[in-house]
Design a protein around this ligand. Structure first.
Ligand code: ATP
Ligand code: MG
Length: 309
């Protein structure tokens, strides 16, 4: 069996936050990500969902080694990249790219779009300058921006067009893994759908694997193959996307799903968020689980955080 393209093993991140109360008060540990293990099989899209502050972006940044984990491992194609020096990491950087919600700040305002998209080729010394430009124009065309956009600048673009440029730049090196952190959450509904379709086309065409971080459960439902649910820095449930939407077992997942905005007003269900205490109290009790909450297999490929019952 070949290794998954991306594997996170027991990844944790603790931030030291200054304690209130002045100079001598010291620091408290904030456990933003706790013991997260995830597998991204080749050629699939894994959704990472959970409310604001649950640790999704921190997980995405650590995956890319843009933030150092406090502990745990990151494996790309079975190779442990968690302790590599920047120089040793460079070949792996080609294989993993990230797209953010706010791509505008990542696009150099002084550079033409052709240069912005070509820059990763330049950094990695791939091809002649002419080849690089040609590849960038072809990639712009592929993401739906005519080659003539190569001469334009970021400020001339709409939000959706900027996101297309960010995607073109991320994919020009043909990475194996793309981390997409809320890539559509700043966009209007119709533009959002276009960008989602583009990502899906590119994923299939390039055999890409995507870690798709999102609040937007309707997008997650239509785009992803599998879903991992994060609560309070932990993964509390993971399963195939249909299973999550039809057979969620963890109270936190159930709460998230019941908060999906309903389009038809006559269909409106009561919306309420669970409190953290209610979630902790509602953790499933299963035979075979331990005394402290841990992921337990409830069906093939369906893991739920549970305690002994
Ligand atoms: N650099 C940092 N220093 C201190 N605390 C941080 C830092 N980055 C994130 N945090 C904290 O870690 C927790 C997780 O943050 P994170 O950004 O990963 O959440 P998120 O799930 O991406 O939320 P959102 O949906 O709002 O983007 C939060 O409590 C946040 O305040
Ligand atoms: Mg985030």
């Amino acid at each position: 069996m070949t290794a998954p393209v991306l594997e996170l093993r027991n990844l944790s991140k603790t931030f030291q936050l200054p304690r209130k109360g002045g100079w001598f008060a010291g620091y408290i540990d904030h456990h933003a990500v706790r013991d997260v293990s995830l597998t991204l099989p080749r050629n699939t899209i894994l959704g990472l969902v959970g409310e604001s502050g649950s640790g999704k972006s921190t997980t995405g940044l650590m995956t890319m080694r843009l933030m150092e984990p406090t502990s745990g491992r990151i494996l790309i194609d079975g190779a442990d990249i968690s302790a590599l020096t920047p120089a040793a990491l460079k070949p792996y950087r080609r294989q993993m790219q990230i797209v953010f919600q706010d791509s505008y700040s990542a696009l150099d305002p002084m550079m033409t779009l052709a240069r912005i998209v070509a820059e990763p080729l330049h950094i990695h010394g791939i091809g002649t300058p002419d080849d690089q430009t040609e590849q960038a124009l072809a990639m712009l065309d592929r993401v739906g921006l005519h080659r003539s956009y190569g001469q334009r600048y970021p400020h001339e673009l709409s939000g959706g067009q900027r996101q297309r440029v960010a995607i073109a730049r991320a994919l020009i090196l043909r990475p194996k893994v793309l981390v997409a952190d809320e890539p559509t959450s700043a966009l209007d509904v119709s533009v959002k759908a276009q960008i989602i379709n583009l990502l899906l086309d590119l994923q299939q065409e390039m055999g890409l694997s995507i870690l798709f971080i999102s609040h937007d459960l309707s997008v997650v439902r239509s785009l992803t193959d599998r879903v991992a649910v994060m609560f309070n820095g932990r993964i509390v449930e993971t399963a195939a996307t249909e299973t999550i939407f039809s057979d969620a077992r963890h109270p936190y997942t159930q709460g998230l799903l019941s908060a999906i905005p309903v389009l038809n007003p006559r269909d409106r269900r009561p919306r309420r968020f669970l409190t953290a205490e209610e979630i902790e109290r509602g953790i499933p009790r299963l035979p075979g689980a331990g005394t402290s909450p841990a992921l337990v297999q409830v069906a093939p490929d369906h893991l739920v955080e549970a305690v002994a019952g």
